[in-house]
Design a protein around this ligand. Structure first.
Ligand code: ADP
Ligand code: MG
Length: 693
């Protein structure tokens, strides 16, 4: 395998464009891409024709506009290149079909906008994210909007948020005499996932229908020994990973590191960062490819945030920064951050944004699956705080206290090399408990769920930071002594938002009460986290930055709640079905066998001891009746939920249905530990977590 040769071989990338397009068309296309604009129709025909020719040479017969509706998944509608000509067919892709496609919007969630707007939507090419060939089809990344202009997807607002940030960041840079064409946001999403064997998966209704186990007694050996993290990768998994890498590389995805994660059967893939929209497309493709390649290996990739109770869940670390087209990373502190006013101003803007809009940021990662991590017994907590590390923390402290900062030597006990820069990587939050940590030259937002489309979090981040930049630029433009004025703004804002900074253990029991004292939000579940999105201030910031209209912002909040309600509903129904049809009858069957044992024993001799059977019969009968009662309660409560109202139903799901489900589970999990393995209807945690060789 020749890696450089295979890298991006399925992508219509810059070098292929250069090779296949007439030079004026190539130049016009690059200019469009760099400006982030829509392609001029006059050159679309030539681009489409070259793209089709290339795709056909790669074995493609179809093309699809590939988009990201609000379901959180990707959607595609395949058309063949075929066009009749006389009694023959030719392969064609017109400029128009490259740029624009029609798609019926009525079957995708639109959060009520459907009722008021036309059901028709169209897809439009995003030329800044390259097209690629996969499984005989040319994939054209597109946005998805209604005919009246409402965005119906996650890409369009992401692009808008990038534009907003670009505009305001350039104003800030200009204050310091830095002129550039463009400021782009960059993202490197680290993806966690579980790999299990297909055989076990197929025997678990909960995994198949919900992506997570709804029942399961803890395995005797979970992750206590901490020997899985960075441990030797199992042969079957290594083969899977090799195939995965090869396929990802062929799509131009820079899959860089792979390793075992904390939990048994859990792994991680980290790509090299790139521009936000390309990184999002890459991550969507990565998740899809993980599932597909796993299937080829008779394995299943679980992307759910919490497939197994008592075992670490999966998240996605969203590494985020901003850079100019001239290569300046706005979050690079340089050698002397204490004297780097631009850096400090950018830092203050991020801190201000995160504090002002902590609720929005929290809501941007809220989902039924992620609720099992955030706000449960797992990091990061549901409380948003910013981690700066020792050095940066000390600089901020000195600014807030109005003291002079004395630069520390390279951290003692760090990597022990005095001449290493002041920000060695490992000085940054080694324990990884912070939801939002400064890590050298970027922020790492760690609250994202593993199945999430990372657009949501990035739309939010870009928008709120653009807003902070705008406020700073408004205040500072025209000031004579920029250094002095900027430092005054930095000091004022850091003081004002100091409460959001927390440089200690985010899992610690002290943090929750401390955060409450500081007035920080702590919304533990989706039903409680999402409603902040309806607050005026939180709608306004998106409207002001041109990212959402008010209707779009509200529709998206509705959809988040609607998704949540639908998921919990499916989980509850699956649980009821599993308990009633499989588990309760199985336990009853085991009890019957125990009873038969007792009578046959007694038929031999009435002095034979049968304490074991008696104890089990009694305890299991009690539990099985308890399960029946708990399932009835769940059924009745679920029937009483008014599914049409997302506000009341989401509250009911969080505060009635989930506790009901907990009650059913607690009983069933105890029964699992008492029931003979021969009778238990499902593979256990042990079977699943240790099922791959
Ligand atoms: P670690 O988290 O183990 O210290 P790295 O610092 O190498 O690892 O980076 C982790 C992730 O952050 C990678 O996906 C990397 O591409 C990404 N990353 C690095 N720099 C940036 C940046 N400027 N913007 C966005 N992501 C970045
Ligand atoms: Mg990380």
């Amino acid at each position: 395998m020749n890696l450089p040769e295979m890298f991006g071989k399925n992508v219509f990338n810059d070098s292929v464009q250069k090779e296949t397009l007439p030079s004026e068309v190539y130049k016009a296309l690059r200019a469009t891409i760099e400006a982030g604009k829509q392609l001029d129709v006059s050159i679309a025909g030539a681009v489409a024709s070259a793209m089709k020719k290339w795709a056909v040479s790669m074995g493609a017969t179809h093309y699809t506009h590939w988009f990201q509706p609000l379901t959180g998944l990707t959607a595609e509608k395949h058309d063949s290149f075929i066009e009749p000509e006389g009694d023959k067919v030719i392969m064609r892709l017109t400029g128009k079909s490259l740029i624009i496609g029609e798609s019926d919007a009525s079957s995708f969630p639109s959060g009520g906008s459907r009722a008021t707007y036309m059901a028709r939507g169209y897809t439009a090419w995003d030329p800044t994210s390259p097209a690629f060939v996969k499984d005989g089809t040319l994939y054209i990344p597109t946005i998805f909007v209604s005919y009246t202009g409402e965005t119906l997807d996650k890409k369009a607002p992401l692009l808008r948020s990038m534009t907003a940030l670009d505009k305001q960041a350039k104003r800030v840079l200009k204050l310091f005499g830095i002129n550039c064409k463009k400021v782009s946001t960059t993202v490197g999403p680290e993806q966690e996932y579980f790999i299990i064997s297909e055989e076990e998966y197929m025997r678990r209704k909960d995994l198949r229908l919900c992506g997570r186990t709804l029942f399961g007694a803890p395995v005797t050996r979970g992750q206590e020994l901490e020997d899985h993290y960075f441990g030797v990768i199992k042969p079957a998994i290594a083969e899977f990973m090799r195939d995965l890498d090869e396929e990802l590389w062929s799509y131009g995805i820079l899959s860089k590191t792979k390793h075992n994660e904390v939990a048994p059967a859990q792994h991680e893939m980290a790509p090299v960062f790139t521009t936000s929209n390309v990184a999002v497309d890459g991550n969507m493709l990565t998740m899809e490819t993980m599932k597909k390649v796993a299937h080829k290996h008779k394995l299943v990739c679980l992307l759910h945030e919490k497939p197994f109770r008592g075992i670490n869940g999966s998240g996605k670390h969203n590494n985020w920064s901003m850079s100019t087209d001239t290569g300046l990373n706005l979050l690079n502190p340089g050698d002397e951050p204490e004297n780097n006013t631009l850096f400090k101003l950018v830092l203050a803007a991020v801190i201000k944004a995160v504090d002002d809009y902590q609720g929005v940021l929290r809501a941007s990662v809220a989902s039924a699956g992620n609720d099992h991590r955030l706000g449960a017994d797992e990091a990061p907590p549901a409380i948003i705080s910013v981690y700066l590390g020792d050095q940066l923390g000390a600089i901020v402290d000195s600014i807030v206290k109005g003291e002079n900062y004395v630069a520390a030597k390279a951290a003692a006990g760090g990597i022990g090399v005095p001449e290493s820069p002041i920000f060695p990587k490992d000085a940054t939050d080694r324990n990884r408990t912070s939801p939002f940590a400064f890590t050298g030259n970027k922020f790492e937002f760690r609250m994202l769920g593993s199945q999430a489309n990372v657009s949501d979090a990035n739309i939010c981040l870009n928008t709120i930071v653009a807003e902070a930049f705008e406020q700073f630029a408004d205040e500072l433009e025209g000031k004579k002594d920029i250094e002095k004025a900027a430092n005054a703004v930095i000091a004022r804002e850091l003081k004002k938002h100091y409460r959001i900074i927390f440089n200690h253990d985010g899992y610690g029991p002290e943090w929750e009460p401390e955060a409450a004292k500081r007035g920080l939000l702590n919304n533990k579940n989706t039903a409680d986290a999402v409603p902040v999105l309806y607050e005026d201030k939180n709608v306004e910031v998106f409207v002001k930055q041109g990212v959402f209209t008010k209707a779009e912002a509200v529709a998206r909040a509705d959809i988040r709640l609607e998704n949540y309600v639908k998921i919990i509903n499916i989980e509850a129904l699956t649980m009821i079905e599993m308990a009633k049809r499989d588990i309760i009858p199985a336990v009853s069957g085991f009890i019957a066998e125990l009873c038969r044992n007792v009578s046959s024993k007694l038929s031999v001799c009435d002095k034979i001891p049968y304490v074991t059977e008696k104890e089990l019969i009694s305890r299991l009968s009690e539990l099985n009746d308890g399960a029946t009662v708990a399932v009835h309660k769940l059924e009745n409560d679920l029937a009483a939920v008014d599914m049409k109202n997302v506000h009341t139903s989401s509250q009911a799901m969080a505060h009635v249905i989930i506790p009901d489900m907990e009650a059913v589970r607690a009983i069933v999990d105890e029964m699992e530990t008492l029931t003979s393995a021969d009778y238990w209807p499902y593979p256990t945690y042990f079977d699943i977590l240790y099922g791959v060789k």
